[in-house]
Design a protein around this ligand. Sequence first.
Ligand code: BMP
Length: 221
Amino acid sequence: MNTQYPIIVALDKPDESLARSVVGNLCGRVSGFKLGLPLLLGIGLQGVRQLRSLCREGIWIADLKAADVFHVLKLTYELVSDIADYIIAHAFIGYRGALEALPPSRLILVASMSHEGSREVIDKCQTLVAKVVDSIRPWGIVAPATRPEVIRYFRSLLGKRTKILSPGIGVQGARPGSAICAGADYEIVGRSIVEAPSPIEAFETIHREAVKVISKCRSVI
Ligand code: BMP
């Protein structure tokens, strides 16, 4: 497993043969895979089971961005608990009657998002969202690589006990390695790798750039 650059590859495109080729080629070289809704709906749970059988290493995340009431969250979790190590849900839905349905040790909460619209609502409630995260203490949170100040805020609030996963690298504008430098534990990269003419070459280029950026920022700490 690559520890120099902790990267999770986002598989979103509902293209089973593409996903199988990416997983087959990058298994053991990346920290894990995040399965997006289009892929989950497109290839189905059985397709995902077969995909996972290609790679027993690393972290597997079901990115459902769930935001529902207790019984629906519970049913959803039961469906994906054998195919993924972690499930992503929104923090803003709160604990009572909702997030209490999910085991914190297998939960990743969205604390803030990488797109501009995150400032319109979610980020305006940052202290309330932080309170939910702090009281649940999930395994991890999602915080955007596109706004490193948000990563720093959650890192200083949560200390080292909660993992921070940061999307927004590459196509969305953030530089490989920059979120790790701001305090994230993992960077999430999707299209820059998966939709590149050669995903392996794209991974290697991103990896090289990230290692350079990370070693530079670590040398000034
Ligand atoms: P890409 O590297 O292709 O932009 O993909 C980013 C991935 O991270 C997608 O799977 C998306 O669902 C996810 N993501 C995001 O882009 N912003 C967020 O705030 C939260 C996410 O999970």
